[in-house]
Design a binder for this molecule. Structure first.
Ligand code: BT5
Length: 324
């Protein structure tokens, strides 16, 4: 059931070019005019700019840049992704909350987004810096009917989504460093963390974590990663609106994901190769046990990284680190 506030926002949104009187709003919402006025005051506190013109009524003038469930759902053009959105100002990690929601039975497409994470995590217990309001930190709950071996394909799919979204709104040239990094000009702008809960032959759910540096300047990135990290603002020279970017990513994700479910991994693989970092070049690859030099050939039909050594030996890798 939608709250009065959500209905009010929707009505204002669909009448952006006209005024609505307090009386009209009170009729449509079935609440008193005083209640309408109180809601308007609350919206004002959340950063919505509402013009109240004498004898004409109310009209929405500007949307808040502040991320809320409402601002994210407003005009979000998806059917399943983002139907349930949980927004928090500060969390330890959106991943943990998404796991909890999965256990409570929340469905495919549930989004957990935070302004700040105090224990943001990368792979293998590494830390992910997620300062307040400067980036996009969210987790997406997915329930694909797929075997667990296909889970890594979702990481590659998410990387393609981020690369496509960034390319579509800027002149920047994002690249994907297998498996989960998005780089611009050789520096990391985004990372993906895929966590899975599975039975033997079926994924129960996936929590797909996405972190993107958006409005940080050089000095607000932690010193230890400054040389290898960047943000959209640093690369493009402008400040970006977080709400709008999240919506774009959710929409791009839904379209790409639906195509993946219907047509399989091939369309993702084809797009991936357009963005693949250092394809055809020799790099250093490492696993827990060893490090070696090899040329990155591409990705296989199942998402594995295909490499070739100097001696011409081809190898498929399912987990490794690439160094640059
Ligand atoms: C990742 O791990 O790149 C996965 C990052 C996923 C973050 C999202 S945010 C929403 C959700 N909630 C979470 O708690 N996590 C997910 P990995 O490939 O292991 O890279 C981690 C490494 O990237 C660190 O060891 C640092 O070197 C570097 N790093 C940390 N924070 C960074 C940042 N903000 N920008 C660029 N590089 C960063």
């Amino acid at each position: 059931m939608e709250s009065t506030r959500q209905r009010l926002i929707k009505i204002l949104e669909s009448n952006r070019d006209s005024y609505l009187s307090g009386q009209e709003l009170s009729n449509q919402l079935n609440v008193s005019r005083t209640a309408v006025w109180k809601h308007m005051k609350e919206l004002g506190k959340d950063g919505y700019e509402i013009e109240a013109a004498p004898r004409k009524g109310y009209r929405i003038v500007a949307y808040p840049d502040k991320v809320t469930k409402n601002t994210l759902q407003w005009g979000l053009n998806t059917s399943r992704v983002g139907r349930d959105i949980f927004h928090y100002e500060q969390v330890s990690s959106t991943q943990d909350i998404a796991h909890q929601l999965a256990k409570e039975g929340y469905g495919h497409g549930t989004v957990v987004v935070a302004d700040e994470q105090v224990k943001g995590k990368g792979r293998m217990s590494r830390a992910w810096h997620s300062k307040r309001n400067e980036g996009i930190w969210f987790s997406l709950l997915l329930k694909p009917e797929l075997p667990p071996v296909q889970a890594p394909q979702i990481t590659l799919l998410a990387a393609v989504v981020l690369a496509e979204a960034i390319s579509s709104i800027s002149d920047l040239s994002p690249q994907i460093k297998w498996p989960n990094d998005i780089l611009i000009n050789h520096k990391k702008i985004a990372g993906i963390l895929t966590e899975m809960q599975a039975e033997q032959d079926q994924i129960q759910y996936i929590v797909l974590g996405i972190g993107i540096n958006v409005n940080q300047d050089q000095s607000s990135l932690p010193e230890d990663i400054r040389h290898k990290a960047t943000s959209l603002r640093q690369e493009s020279g402008k400040t970006w609106e977080i709400n709008w970017l999240i919506q774009l990513i959710l929409e791009t994700f839904e379209n790409t994901y639906e195509q993946f479910i219907q047509e399989g991994f091939l369309p993702v693989k084809n797009k991936w190769e357009k963005y693949g970092y250092r394809l055809g070049q020799e790099v250093t690859i490492s696993t827990m046990r060893k490090a070696w030099q090899a040329t990155l050939v591409g990705i296989e039909a199942d998402g594995a990284l295909l490499t070739r050594t100097e001696e011409g030996i081809q190898e498929k890798l399912y987990s490794a680190e690439i160094h640059w």
